[in-house]
Design a protein around this ligand. Sequence first.
Ligand code: URP
Ligand code: ZN
Ligand code: ZN
Ligand code: ZN
Length: 475
Amino acid sequence: ATFDLVVRNARVATASDTFDADIGITGGRIVQLGQGLPAGRREIDAAGAFVTPGGVDAHCHLDQPMEAPVRMADDFDTGTRAAACGGTTTVIPFAAQQKGQSLRAAVRDYHERAEGRAHVDHAFHLIVSDPTEDVLKNELPQLIAEGYTSFKIYMTYDDLKLNDGQILDVLSVAREHDAMAMIHAENADCIEWLTRRLEASGRTAPRFHAHARPMLVEREATHRAIALSELVDVPIMIVHVSGKEAVEQIRWARSHGLHVFAETCPQYLFLTAEDLGIDDSYGGARCVCSPPPRNKDNQRVIWNGLADGLFTIFSSDHAPFRYDAPEGKKPGGEEVAFRHIPNGIPGIETRLPLLFSHGVLDGRITINRFVELTSTNPAKAYGLHPRKGTIAIGADADLVVWNATPRQVRNADLHHAVDYTPYEGIEVKAWPALTLARGEVVWDGHTFHPRAGRGQFLRRGRPSLLPAPQPRGTK
Ligand code: URP
Ligand code: ZN
Ligand code: ZN
Ligand code: ZN
C-alpha cells in the first residue's frame, strides 16, 4: 500500500519522546511511523527539522457576539487562517449564552457562524451566563452528552458573571456529567469599587485598567474558585493566570491534593502593565485585557510555572478587536474611559512561535513540555485526545514542521483581521515552515492555502487529564 503522503526525515517531538522517523499519512491520518518508509504519492522532506503535533488553541474568541457597536475582528475564516499560519490546527472558541437566552440557541447561532468558514478543525466550549433550572437540569447535561464537554464560567463582567451559589450549581453539573469547567477568576465587586474611585478622580486612561484589577482581585477569586471546586469535589481549570499571587493559590491547592488545573497565555510572558501606557495616551488600549499584564517579576513566575509543571495549558486567549476602529478599541469612534474599552488582545498566530523561540530555543522548557502545553494537554483536558494532540498511529495528521529562521514579529506578516499585534518587533527564532491539517498543506511557510469549510466540527469525548472515574455502583 502506498501512502498518500510521507513526511520524511522528521525529528518528531511528542509530549513524552523525541525520535527520528518518517511519517506515513493516508486518509488524513497517521498510519505509520518508522525509518525508511516506502514512497508516498506525495513526499515532503523535513530534512531533520523538528516536527510537532499541530497546536490546539483551547482558549480563543472568534466571532463572539458583542454589544453594538463592538464587534470581533476575526470570524471563523480569518481566525482559523491566522491559526493555521501559526501552526495551530485545532481551535476551541466559545459559544456564549446571553442572559435570557437558552444554551441551545447560543450553540445553534455559533454553528451558523462557523459553518463553511473554518480552515481548521474546531470545537466549542459553552459559556454559561444564565444557569436557570432548565439549563442545569436539561440543556447543559444534554449538550455535554452531545460532545460539548467543557464550559467557561465568569466571576466578573456584568453580562456574564455568576455568584458563588450559581457557580456551585454549575460545578455540580460538571461533576455529575464529567465536563471540564473553566473559570475566569477576578472579584467583580472589587473591580467595580476600584473603577468608580478611579473615575471619580478623573483617572480614566487605558493604563488605569491595571489599577482597577490589581493582583489581589485575581488572587481572591482564584482562592474562592478553588474552595468552591473543593466543596463540590470536581476538577477545575483556572484560565489566563497572570502572576505570582494566583500561582501561589494554585500551588497551595495542588499541595493539598486538589485537582486544580491552570492555563496561562503569551501576554503574561511578553507584556507588562507599562504596555497599557506610561502616561495618559490612548495607545495602551491595544493591550487592555483581563487579567491585565503585570511586571517582569511576575513574568518570571509564569515562566517557572510553565517549566515546573504548575501550568497544564498554554493558550492564546485571542480576543481580536481592531485598535483604530469604532467597532474595536475606540467604540463609536471615541477614545473612551478604560471601563468601556473592549477587553482582549490578538495572539492566535504568534502563540506557538513565541513559546517555541523564547521557551524551547532559549532553554527554559523542553520541546516535549512545549508539545504538552500547547497541544497534548489541551486535547486531553477537553476530550480530543488521542485524535488530536499527538503524533501517533491513528491520530489525525495535524503536523507542524519548524524552520529556524530568525525574524521579527510584524503585524504586516500576520493573517488575522486585527490592525495590530501586541508583539510587534519581538524577535522569534523559529516559525512554522509547514502546517498540515489532516494531511493537507494549509501553510507552506510563505503562503496560506485556503479552503474555507475544510475544518470540521469536532464532537468531543470526556476530559482525560485524570483517570476515568470508577463506574458508578461498583467497588
Ligand atoms: O480580556 C480578555 N481576556 N478578553 C477575553 C475574554 C476573557 O475573559 O477571556
Ligand atoms: Zn476570561
Ligand atoms: Zn478569553
Ligand atoms: Zn528569548
